[in-house]
Ligand binder design. Structure first.
Ligand code: KMH
Ligand code: ZN
Length: 275
């Protein structure tokens, strides 16, 4: 039975422009400040996308290494790098993210329409990511944008074995235009499908845009964990832009406490995730 809540902050993403969302953390200093403040509020994992000097998404190796080192120095957060990057990033660059040796990395379990774009995740690419993470001792977070991605995960684990650490953790990314909807009914369906995965598999959930709160409540009430942040929503409430990632983490912490499932600290989160 789940007790505490793992709270992941996804502060930046690859989709929003700094010019349109000035509160978005895009420099290393902005990211570190956000990370420290979100940790103090109750986040235990940070899902990281980085930007270049012009605030454009980048997978630059030097910047990734510098970011991992700086986050480790300034916080006790579990550092999870995105291997999803931006929809335009080539596979080779996305695989090379693992060279920065994060604690965790995302591994999206299939291709999905992504608004007007396509977020491409070929089977061979997924196998490559999973196997390289096993070899390097990096714990994956399997990103699930659609229900069929869970079937792909079952196939992946059946053929190539458990991830490093032996624990399976998935993140339901709901409400992407082209993926599964961000509704309680869909989250319950997704959670039921976890029965086909190894015993003890845990899940987080995040709802994009206006599905943020329904998904958050559904996840808490079904034993799931939470991901929040400006990667997933830049609107706090109708007509109110998000002021900071801290505002979203604070809200998630409040809901988790109301659900009597207080935030896990980073040490507890490490134990849960098999790190
Ligand atoms: N930016 C999206 C195309 C991940 O971080 O692994 C992919 C994404 C998933 O955000
Ligand atoms: Zn991401």
């Amino acid at each position: 039975m789940t007790t505490g809540t793992l709270i992941t902050v996804a502060p930046t993403g690859a989709e929003s422009a700094k010019t349109e969302v000035p509160a978005l953390p895009v420099t290393l200093d902005e990211l570190l400040l956000t990370a420290k403040e979100c940790e103090a509020l109750g986040a235990s994992v940070i899902h990281v996308h980085i930007r270049d000097v012009a605030a454009r998404p980048t997978l630059d190796q030097g910047r990734l290494r510098e970011t991992v080192a700086a986050l480790r120095e300034s916080t006790d957060l579990i550092v999870q790098l995105s291997t999803g990057g931006a929809v335009t990033d080539p596979e080779a660059d996305r695989l090379a993210v693992l060279d920065a040796q994060p604690d965790m990395a995302s591994c999206t379990m299939g291709t999905v329409n992504f608004g007007d774009d396509v977020f491409l995740n070929r089977w061979e690419f997924i196998v490559d990511l999973h196997s390289r993470m096993q070899d390097r001792g990096i714990v994956p977070e399997y990103e699930i944008f659609d229900l069929g991605h869970l079937t792909a995960l079952q196939r992946l684990l059946g053929r190539y074995g458990l991830p490093h650490g032996g624990h399976v953790h998935v993140d339901f990314v709901m409400g992407v235009p082209g993926g599964m909807p961000g509704t309680a009914a869909t989250l319950v369906a997704a959670q039921q499908m976890l029965r086909d995965l190894p015993t003890g598999t845990t899940f987080s959930a995040t709802g994009i845009g206006r599905s943020t709160i329904p998904v958050l409540l559904a996840s808490l009430s079904t034993g799931g964990h939470l991901r929040v942040g400006m990667e997933d929503t830049v609107t706090y409430a109708k007509g109110r832009p998000v002021e900071s990632n801290m505002q979203l983490v604070a809200r998630a912490v409040g809901f988790a406490q109301l659900a009597q499932r207080p935030p896990l600290n980073p040490a507890e989160a490490r134990e849960l995730l098999g790190l």
